[in-house]
Design a protein around this ligand. Structure first.
Ligand SMILES: Cc1cc2nc3c(=O)[nH]c(=O)nc-3n(C[C@H](O)[C@H](O)[C@H](O)COP(=O)(O)O)c2cc1C
Length: 180
């Protein structure tokens, strides 16, 4: 069974990550969720634990791994790393190789062969900001695959590019990627 590591950063689209986790499990994937500390203010690790049957993690300071290094254990076990939603902040953290929390240090500890995908979600002005676009381009240059965003009405009641792709579409793409 393929092991999906699902990173969740803090966005109004976090509810879609919960639906995505559920779809992935129903589709036969094993899913472990890692939430950023800010994401855990919008959705709870417990919700993801319920949906995945795996303990969802948020901090490296209350480790689940017996050796105390969750970022290493999570990274070693992953067949695919998907960050959905990916906030502007999180994209910047990954693009700069920073490791302020468990989600970021796990991303750095991944084997270079593990596919890394991100599904941005943000306000259209944020998405089009040159700094965000620079960071997105850096991630793509580093081998990350981008899913979306798509155009439509965003949570901040604006119309434009910035909505996270729908969970169904993400599952389709993962299935195709892992089958190939
Ligand atoms: C209610 C709420 C909704 C937010 N939605 C988004 C969003 O959709 N996209 C985004 O990039 N930032 C959004 N933010 C701002 C991020 O949460 C903030 O930049 C945070 O530091 C991101 O942390 P993380 O990347 O560690 O998860 C939102 C903040 C709040 C309070």
């Amino acid at each position: 069974m393929k092991e999906i590591l699902l990173g969740v950063s803090a966005s109004a689209a976090c509810f879609k990550a919960a639906a995505l986790a559920s779809h992935l499990v129903q589709d036969g994937f094993s899913v472990t969720a890692v939430l950023s500390p800010s994401a855990a203010k919008l959705v709870t690790p417990l919700q993801f634990s319920c949906l995945t049957g795996r303990r969802a993690l948020c901090t490296e300071w209350q480790p689940h791994d017996p050796a105390g290094m969750d970022h290493i254990a999570l990274a070693r076990n992953a067949d695919l790393f998907l960050v959905a939603p990916a906030s502007a902040d999180r994209i910047g953290v990954f693009a700069h190789g920073l490791a302020p929390d468990l989600l970021a240090s796990t991303a750095l500890a991944l084997d270079g062969e593990v596919p890394k995908l991100f599904a941005p979600a943000m306000n259209p002005e944020m998405w089009s900001h040159p700094a965000v676009q620079r960071n997105v381009a850096q991630l793509e240059a580093d081998g990350w695959q981008r899913l979306g965003p798509v155009a439509g009405r965003t949570a901040c009641e604006e119309q434009g590019l910035g909505r996270m792709v729908e969970p169904d579409a993400v599952v389709e793409q993962l299935r195709a990627l892992l089958a190939g």
